[in-house]
Design a binder for this molecule. Structure first.
Ligand code: G3I
Length: 433
């Protein structure tokens, strides 16, 4: 019942002998033409091919046999032997996979005991930490924290050069006291900016503001946070589902600096912390669509220019207002980014049931297969759920999520903080079932 064809295909590749768990796979497959990187729109019908041969440094051999991506609904396949279901490509030999725990009593334990381990995260809100049940479930089931709103620019730097750390510090200190790591979210984002930042103009002003913000924020959390979403959601399409006319998003940053604001932000972040993991994070890039293709070319360009980027977060907001993504397509998409030599992670997962656009059964299948797609890849470092329980989901009150006052039923715990069937399906995927 829970083992669809995708599961069986992956299971066939689960390593018992001869696979190394410490390999990060190959940093290959980045040959081929660079389509649009940066500005300019790859509009409709673009196809790019990256026919590189993967080089494995771990000796496990991650041979990616030619990746082809097509926008729109044309055929899409990635030649990854362990994940391709579309019938083409795929001459990989001995792809490394993560080995599940033998037993586990919580999501975090399943992640900690997997080989290699994988972080299991949740978005945590300051308000949530006032509730005993919320805190208990959050700490029992997760070992990774993203502040839902408290580390955004408007919260941390409400006035120019004047910083406000209290709410963010509370979350970070709570996380650390429960042996949870924290990812900083987010340094440069067009949304949740204070009014003064949105009023900046001119390259010099904007660059100075970015520099001051990153330096102060990373400096403040230096010994407590070693992973950052450096740039968030820099790309848009005509639809929030990632389809149509992918392009750089107009913002105070892009308008003043052009697409070089991305390189700049990562370079400043690297100056601040030579050892931190620096990530790009976006929504509706989860499977294979116009936006994912565009972001892939953008990130590939950054890697080729030597920009200090370490990974990409796939938010995995499934259902309205964002994309839907099946497990096989997610696997193929994560694989092509990992083959650039990057970490990949699921950074904000929830699956919205409002308006029944995603049925109950589809939700369970998505939860299982998407988590599995990440779990089997050693390069996939974390799976973060965007909240703890349904009652507190951002989707419930978000126009576009089609909830109209109803619960989005999007997470793993119900309003009484009891486990739902979605929890069981996620646990199954983490346990290799
Ligand atoms: O704090 C104020 C409160 O004082 C006021 O009374 C109330 C009235 O609307 O608003 C409160 O602020 C809200 C804030 O969440 C805190 O609850 C904002 O209106 C609301 O817009 C904001 O939404 C957040 C959203 O980001 C903003 O873009 C969601 O909580 C948060 O879950 C969501 O998270 C984002 C990620 O950071 C990036 N990826 C997408 C994801 C979902 O949108």
């Amino acid at each position: 019942m829970r083992s669809g064809p995708f599961t069986l295909l992956l299971s066939a590749f689960l390593c018992t002998i001869g696979c190394s768990d410490d390999g990060d796979g190959g940093a290959g497959g980045a040959g081929g033409q660079g389509a649009t990187s940066g500005t300019g729109g790859a509009t409709g019908g673009t196809s790019t091919s990256a026919g590189g041969t993967s080089a494995s440094t771990s000796g496990t051999g991650s041979a990616t046999g030619g990746t082809s991506t097509s926008t729109g609904d044309a055929s899409t396949s990635t030649g990854d032997a362990s994940t391709s279901t579309s019938g083409t490509g795929g001459s990989g030999g001995g792809m490394a996979v993560r080995t599940p725990a033998a037993s586990a009593n919580s999501l975090r334990e399943a992640g900690e005991k997997a080989n290699p381990p994988i972080l299991i995260g949740a978005a945590i809100s300051g308000g949530g930490l006032n509730n005993g049940d919320y805190k208990r479930v959050a700490a029992a089931e997760h070992n990774y924290v993203t502040a839902e709103n408290e580390m955004k620019w408007d919260a941390l730097e409400p006035n120019p050069g004047q910083f406000s750390w209290g709410s963010a510090d509370n979350i970070v200190n709570w996380a650390r006291s429960n042996n949870m790591k924290v990812k900083g979210h987010t340094l440069v984002w067009h949304n949740q900016l204070p009014g003064w930042a949105n009023s900046l103009s001119g390259a010099t002003q904007v660059e100075q503001a970015i520099r001051r913000h990153i330096e102060n924020v990373m400096g403040h959390f230096k010994d407590r946070i070693d992973t950052w979403d450096v740039v968030n959601e820099a790309v848009i399409t005509d639809s929030d589902t990632g389809v149509g006319n992918p392009r750089m998003r107009p913002s105070v940053f892009f308008n003043a600096l052009g697409d070089r604001f991305l390189d700049l932000a990562f370079e400043i972040a690297r100056e601040q912390d030579p050892n931190a993991k620096l990530y790009y994070n976006d929504y509706s890039i989860d499977a294979l669509n116009d936006k994912a293709d565009y972001v892939y070319e953008m990130i590939k360009g950054m890697v080729e220019r030597g920009v200090p980027i370490d990974g990409v977060g796939f938010q995995m907001h499934i259902g309205p207002p964002n994309n839907e993504a099946g497990g096989a397509d997610v696997a193929a998409n994560l694989r092509r980014f990992a083959d650039l030599g990057l970490d990949v992670l699921i950074s904000e997962m929830d699956i919205n049931r409002c308006s029944n656009q995603v049925t109950a059964e589809e939700q369970l299948t998505y939860y299982h297969d998407i988590v599995e797609a990440c779990f089997v890849m050693p390069e996939c470092k974390a799976i973060t759920f965007w909240g703890i329980n349904d009652g507190r989901s951002w989707l419930n009150g978000w126009s576009g999520a089609l909830c109209n006052g109803q619960s989005s039923q999007s997470l793993l715990f119900n309003d009484q903080y009891q486990k739902k069937e979605t929890y069981n399906r996620v646990m199954d995927a983490l346990m290799g079932r």
